[in-house]
Design a protein around this ligand. Structure first.
Ligand code: PLP
Length: 399
């Protein structure tokens, strides 16, 4: 049976890392995959994480299963981080949280939950979006549609076009929004724009699903929740798929959560019962270790301070690289205006490099960039900046 199978194409982003690893060029640079790297090009384990792990190792007495929806302490800590500890949705009990294996796991649980409880719903994704979004929702059997998001002329949000499409979305459809650090463009909505989106969502009866994979990477842990808070209105339903892969550096531990806000606590519990059935049929229950790390750090004043400082350091390093990149390109005499890169947020920017230029950077210089021109700014370091900008200057002039 298997002999007839035609190979599927490799994952566009993870496939790039394979090629990068196999490249013998000592100057090679990987600006592809969405992983934070420090000034030495290394993806570190945070100190707060190491210290929490030491405690967990010394104290844990069992590896028994977690519940289907994971650790209650983790769920509570997650809600407090998303909404702030005093928020009405927490006090009222209309927010429920299921631990999930990473942000991807949370999105897939959300997708299966929607397919099960809202059959026929369409999921609206930004153009462009994280390439895995359509895969995840389609895999659950849902239809996907798209709304405009990025204006390549201004390198900013195409807000009027976005609103225009949002105003056509039928009641009951699902609107996926990147809560901050939009992947792949690096452009986010302003507070005023979030308020307008929240207005349209409420007016039309759209269900928002916030993908929150980069809390802390744009402006700060609290500041980055502005979009979530703008949409969390009295009585408004919403879903949030959050990830601790980036802000805790826990990529391989697979730590995320799906939080569901219903109009009432009873409705939230009823919805959670379906979320649990979805999880049971997918992976039964989530892995414990990463979630224990997050819970330990968030609930301990000293570890939390350390973690917040480490998140701030990652954010600031990326912003420093954004500015240095723009300055170094200027020094190399590049005429194209790249100043927008310094204004964008999170790990990614749409560089505007064409697929041909991306190809030339790879072939001539072993610089690996996703075909769309998305660059991971965290892959830049002071040490590789000169080489990178000289290479870009060359391909801009010759390709
Ligand atoms: N959503 C977006 C927009 C992302 O960029 C990512 C990771 O790259 C995820 C979700 C999923 O993250 P995780 O590794 O936690 O599954």
């Amino acid at each position: 049976m298997f002999e007839k199978i035609v190979p599927a194409p490799p994952d566009a982003i993870l496939g790039l890392t394979e090629a990068y690893k196999a490249d013998p060029n000592p100057n090679k640079i990987n600006l592809g995959v969405g992983v934070y790297k420090d000034a030495n090009g290394h993806t570190p384990i945070l100190q707060a994480v190491k210290r929490a792990e030491e405690r967990i190792l010394a104290q844990e007495t069992s590896k028994t299963y977690l519940g289907i929806d994971g650790s209650p302490a983790y769920a509570a800590a997650t809600r407090a981080l998303l909404f702030g500890p005093e928020h009405e949705v927490i006090a009222s009990g209309r927010a429920v949280t299921a631990q999930a294996p990473g942000g991807t796991g949370a999105l897939r649980v959300a997708a299966d939950f929607l397919a099960r409880t809202q059959p026929g719903t369409t999921v609206w994704l930004s153009t462009p979006t994280w390439p895995n979004h359509p895969n995840i929702f389609r895999a659950a059997g849902l239809e996907v549609a798209s709304y405009p998001y990025f204006d390549s002329r201004t390198n900013d949000v195409a807000f009027e076009a976005m609103l225009e499409t949002l105003r056509t979305i039928p009641a009951g459809d699902v609107l996926v929004l990147h809560a901050c650090c939009h992947n792949p463009t690096g452009v986010d909505l302003s507070s005023a724009q979030w308020a307008q989106v929240a207005e349209v969502v409420a007016e039309r009866g759209i269900l928002p699903l916030l993908d929150f994979a980069y809390q802390g990477f744009a402006q700060g842990l609290t500041e980055d929740a502005a979009g979530v808070l703008a949409l969390t209105r009295p009585g408004q339903e919403l879903l949030i798929a959050n990830s601790y892969s980036k802000n805790f550096g826990l990529y391989s531990e697979r730590v995320g959560a799906l939080t569901l806000v219903a109009a009432t606590p009873d409705a939230a519990q009823a919805a959670l019962s379906h979320v649990k059935q979805v999880i049971r049929a997918n992976y039964s229950n989530p892995p414990a270790h990463g979630a224990a790390i997050v819970t330990t750090v968030l609930n301990d004043a000293e570890l939390r301070r350390l973690w917040e400082a480490e998140v701030a350091a990652m954010r600031e390093r990326i912003n420093t690289m954004r500015h240095l990149f723009v300055e170094t390109l200027n020094e190399k005499g590049v005429q194209t205006d790249f100043s927008f890169i310094a204004r964008q947020r999170g790990m990614f920017s749409f560089s505007g490099l064409t697929p041909e230029q991306v190809k030339a950077l790879r072939e001539r210089y072993s610089i690996y960039i996703v075909g769309s021109g998305r660059i991971n700014v965290a892959g830049m370091t002071e040490a590789n900046m000169d080489y990178l900008c000289s290479a870009i200057a060359d391909v801009l002039a010759t390709v």
